[in-house]
Design a binder for this molecule. Structure first.
Ligand SMILES: Cc1cc2nc3c(=O)[nH]c(=O)nc-3n(C[C@H](O)[C@H](O)[C@H](O)COP(=O)(O)OP(=O)(O)OC[C@H]3O[C@@H](n4cnc5c(N)ncnc54)[C@H](O)[C@@H]3O)c2cc1C
Length: 415
C-alpha cells in the first residue's frame, strides 16, 4: 500500500484526490488460514497485526460479524492511562501506553494520540488513601504518576469546583502522559496495516460455530461458509461467553451495557482528562469541542448497545456538582456498548480447554487503553502456544485457583 505522507497529500491535492486507494481490502474468505481471529475490534486487529509484525504469521483472517470497530472499540471515551495497582496490570497497561506514543508512526496512520494528562480525583478520604497507595506502587513499577493537591488540580482544571458541598476535591492522582486517542483511527490504522501485510479483514461474517477434532480446534462455521484454521483467537469482548459456549467451555464473565454521551461543541474549556470516580463520571473535550462524558455500567446483565435516560441523569447530576459550568450545555447524543466484566476487573488472555484455541476478553470498561499491549501479548500466546511475561498471570484458571488480580479500585467506575 502507498504510504501516507505530506508528499502524498500534496500529490493528491494536485490531482483532485483521485489517486487514493481503499484503506483496506474487502476479500471473500479463503477456505483455510494458519490463524483466524474472531472479532475486528481493537484487540482482535492488534492481535493480528502483531502476529504478522512480531511473529511473521500473515496467513490470517480477522472475522467480524458487523463492521470493524462497531463494538466497544468504536464506542468508548478513549481514555488512555496505565496507573493500575498490581504489577501485572501496570506492566501490560504501561506497555500499551508506550506503544500508543509511537502508534501513528508504526501504523503510518494518524491515531491522534494526545497525552494531555489525566487526573483521577479523590473526593473522599478513603479514595485519597487508595490513590496515594497506587502512586507509591506506580513509582516502584516505573510508571510516572504523582499525587497532586486540590490547588494544583484547580490550576490544571480551572473550571472545576474543588469546594463541592458533598464531595470536595481532596487531591488527585495525576498521570502527565495519560490522555486520549481517536478510537476509530486506531481500528482503521490496524486494519489497514493488517491488510497491507496480506491478511484478510472480513466484515459481515459472523462465526456461528467452532469446529474441533480430538480436542483440537479445526475451524469455524460462519454466515459466509466454513473456514478451516490451525489456530483460533477469540477476541469478542461482550460476546465472549457466547463464543466460549461454542468452543465448549464457560467463562467467569458478565456482559452489561456501559454508556457514554457527548455535548454540543463548545469553545475549549478543559485540556486534560478528568475522572471523578466517587460521583461517577469522567470528562474530556474532543478536538471538535464536544465534551465527552462517561458514566457507569448498568446494574444488570444485558446485551444492549443503547444508553438509558436514568444513567444520563445520574452521570450529569454527578458531574455538574464538580463542573458547574456544564449545567447549561446541551447534550448531543448518547450510546452504549456491551462490556465484559470479570470478578477481579482484570482481563483474561489465556489458553482454553480446546487445543489451539485462545481467548482474550474481560477488558470490561477499560480496554481501549490496552489495545496495543493486549494485541502484543495475545499474538505471542497464539504464535507460541504459551503466554509470554505480559500475559502469564492473566489465564482463565486464576478464578478457579483464587489468584485474583484485583483492580476493582483502579477500574471502579469504569476505567
Ligand atoms: C461507553 C464505553 C466507554 C468506554 N470508555 C473507555 C475508555 O475511556 N478507556 C478505555 O480504556 N476503555 C473504554 N471502554 C472499554 C473499551 O472500549 C473496550 O474494553 C475495548 O474496546 C474492547 O475491545 P475489543 O476489541 O475486545 O472488543 P470490541 O471492540 O467490542 O470488538 C469485538 C468485536 O467482536 C465482534 N463479534 C462478536 N461476536 C462475533 C461473532 N460471533 N462473529 C464475529 N464477530 C463477532 C463484535 O461485532 C465486535 O466488533 C469503554 C467502553 C464503552 C462501551
Amino acid at each position: 500500500m502507498k504510504r501516507y505522507s505530506v508528499f502524498a497529500i500534496a500529490r493528491e491535492a494536485l490531482r483532485y484526490h483521485t489517486g487514493w486507494e481503499r484503506a483496506w481490502r474487502s476479500p471473500d474468505p479463503k477456505p483455510a488460514y494458519d490463524a483466524i481471529i474472531i472479532g475486528a475490534g481493537g484487540h482482535g486487529l492488534a492481535t493480528a497485526y502483531y502476529l504478522g509484525k512480531n511473529h511473521g504469521i500473515t496467513n490470517v483472517a480477522i472475522l467480524e460479524k458487523g463492521w470493524l470497530g462497531g463494538g466497544n472499540s468504536g464506542r468508548n471515551t478513549t481514555i488512555i492511562r496505565s496507573n493500575y495497582l498490581q504489577d501485572s496490570s501496570s506492566a501490560i497497561f504501561e506497555k500499551a501506553r508506550s506503544l500508543y506514543e509511537t502508534m501513528s508512526q508504526d501504523l503510518n496512520y494518524n491515531v491522534m494520540f494526545s497525552p494531555r494528562g489525566l487526573l483521577m480525583l479523590a473526593q473522599t478520604h478513603h479514595e485519597a488513601r487508595g490513590y496515594k497507595r497506587t502512586v507509591h506502587a506506580n513509582r516502584l513499577q516505573g510508571v510516572a504518576t504523582e499525587w497532586i493537591s486540590p490547588q494544583e488540580v484547580k490550576k490544571l482544571v480551572p473550571i472545576i469546583n474543588i469546594d463541592g458541598p458533598r464531595y470536595p476535591v481532596l487531591g488527585a492522582q495525576y498521570q502527565a502522559r495519560g490522555g486520549t486517542a481517536r478510537h476509530d483511527a486506531v481500528n482503521w490504522g490496524y486494519a489497514r496495516a493488517c491488510s497491507d501485510m496480506g491478511m484478510d479483514v472480513i466484515q459481515n461474517c459472523e462465526v456461528t460455530a467452532i469446529r474441533s477434532e480430538n480436542g483440537m480446534v479445526t475451524g469455524v462455521e460462519t454466515t459466509r461458509g466454513a473456514i478451516s484454521c490451525k489456530k483460533l483467537g477469540i477476541v469478542v469482548a461482550g460476546h465472549s461467553g457466547v463464543l466460549a459456549e461454542m468452543a465448549g467451555f464457560r467463562l467467569p464473565i458478565e456482559s452489561m451495557a456501559l454508556q457514554a454521551l457527548v455535548s454540543e461543541p463548545i469553545k475549549p474549556c478543559i485540556d486534560v482528562v478528568v475522572m471523578a470516580n466517587t460521583v461517577h463520571g469522567y470528562i474530556s473535550q474532543s478536538d471538535k469541542g464536544e465534551l465527552v462524558i462517561g458514566g457507569g455500567t448498568d446494574g444488570f446483565n444485558n446485551y444492549t448497545q443503547r444508553g438509558s435516560f436514568q444513567h444520563i441523569e445520574e452521570t450529569l447530576r454527578a458531574l455538574i456538582e464538580t463542573f458547574p459550568i456544564i449545567s447549561r450545555v446541551k447534550m448531543l447524543r448518547q450510546w452504549g456498548g456491551i462490556v465484559d466484566m470479570t470478578g477481579d476487573r482484570s482481563p483474561i488472555i489465556s489458553k482454553t480447554p480446546l487445543g489451539n484455541c485462545f481467548i482474550n476478553c474481560g477488558w470490561g470498561t477499560g480496554g481501549f487503553k490496552a489495545i496495543p499491549g493486549s494485541g502484543w501479548a495475545m499474538a505471542e500466546l497464539v504464535a507460541k502456544g504459551e503466554p509470554g511475561p505480559l500475559a502469564a498471570e492473566f489465564d482463565m484458571w486464576r478464578f478457579k485457583e483464587g489468584r485474583f488480580i484485583d483492580e476493582s479500585v483502579a477500574a471502579g467506575v469504569a476505567h
